[in-house]
Design a protein around this ligand. Structure first.
Ligand SMILES: Cc1cc2nc3c(=O)[nH]c(=O)nc-3n(C[C@H](O)[C@H](O)[C@H](O)COP(=O)(O)O)c2cc1C
Length: 322
């Protein structure tokens, strides 16, 4: 399970970084894997407003957003947006990342595609500001609420602290440690308690990715889903994305955690095909017609529907997802 922190302050060891660390520390204690992206340290191009993503679902800027940040956002079960108040908004660096999520907004609202993690992803806002006004965090709440909607995250809560100005002020706050840990337990606890399942597909022909995406989409509240498969060829990957999109599911920017990212043992290992798999012990084996032609659209569509049915039906100890 991935908890992703977006550290919006340009200060490496400032108040925001301190607050975010408290949350992530507790998430790790619950068994989560955590990662932090600091937009101030990344070369993120500003959104050009060209509208290409609204038509094609992809951004024309091929930078770190496409290489790693969109995939991280897609894999994450919890996204923590953390920022100091800068002129009543989030920092420009974090806003730059948020604006580029217009691509994900477009995939959801223009292309009408559902992120497989949409049913389970939670969003949390953490913010600090120097002054004490009643409206100090209003701008941040508005921006972050709409950001969470674009990345398909349920707004799961926030912590905001006034009167926090100089580096070190946050660490002196009397309640921050208990409050950050409590929110982390509330948001991450139920997700960390899910059982773990991996779809192992040594052939790398797309079936594992499709099964994992269906599982996350249909039963992500009960299962923490992983995939163990070599990257499919460009043609196969495009076909897999196309057949899933035809059924309303978005596999753009992947979105399924690779098994290699997890240390904890799996509760179920579903081996797809007859090839031996390294992840032991195999609890389920799904035999399929082998040697799929990457150009055979009908064959991939049938495979996609078969994966959905198998996941939805469950059986052999695997509870039905739908
Ligand atoms: C450019 C800039 C703009 C700021 N604007 C505000 C503001 O509008 N309201 C406020 O209360 N604090 C404002 N602050 C203060 C920061 O929010 C505050 O110092 C915060 O603790 C910094 O967090 P950090 O250590 O994580 O960077 C501003 C600071 C900077 C550098």
């Amino acid at each position: 399970m991935l908890v992703l922190g977006l550290q919006g302050s340009p200060r490496r060891k400032g108040n925001t970084a301190f607050l975010l660390d408290l949350f992530l520390e507790e998430a790790r204690r619950l068994g989560a894997r955590t990662a932090v992206i600091s937009p101030a340290r990344e070369a993120i191009a500003a959104c050009k407003g060209c509208g290409a993503c609204e038509k094609r679902g992809f951004c024309v800027s091929h930078d770190v957003m496409a290489q790693s940040i969109y995939p991280f956002l897609r894999q994450a079960d919890v996204v923590v947006a953390a920022s100091p108040v800068y002129f009543y908004g989030v920092t420009a660096q974090l806003k730059g990342l948020i604006d580029r999520c217009q691509t994900l907004w477009s995939r959801k609202y223009r292309l009408k595609l559902a992120d497989p993690g949409a049913a389970t992803r939670a969003g949390v806002m953490l913010a600090v500001g120097a002054t004490h006004g009643g409206k100090l965090f209003d701008g941040l709440h508005l921006t972050v609420d709409y950001f969470f909607d674009a990345i398909a995250a349920r707004n799961a809560g926030s912590l905001t602290y006034r009167g926090v100005e100089h580096a070190g002020d946050m660490a002196r706050h009397p309640r921050v440690r208990a409050e950050a840990a409590a929110l982390a337990r509330q948001v991450c606890g139920p997700l960390a308690a899910r059982r773990r399942i991996v779809f192992s597909d040594p052939g790398g022909a797309g079936a594992g990715m499709m099964a994992a995406a269906w599982m996350r989409y249909l039963a992500g509240d009960k299962w923490n889903v992983f995939v163990d498969a070599p990257a499919p060829s460009g043609q196969t990957a495009a076909m897999v994305e196309r057949v899933m999109a035809a059924r309303g599911i978005d596999l753009g920017y992947a979105g399924i955690q690779p098994l290699a990212s997890e240390n904890a043992p799996m509760d179920r290992v579903v081996a797809i095909g007859s090839a031996p798999v390294e992840t032991a012990p195999v609890t389920d084996r799904w035999l399929l017609e082998e040697g799929r032609d990457p150009a055979d659209a009908d064959g991939f569509a049938r495979l996609c529907d078969e994966m959905r049915q198998k996941v939805a039906r469950g059986g052999d100890g695997l509870p039905p997802a739908a």
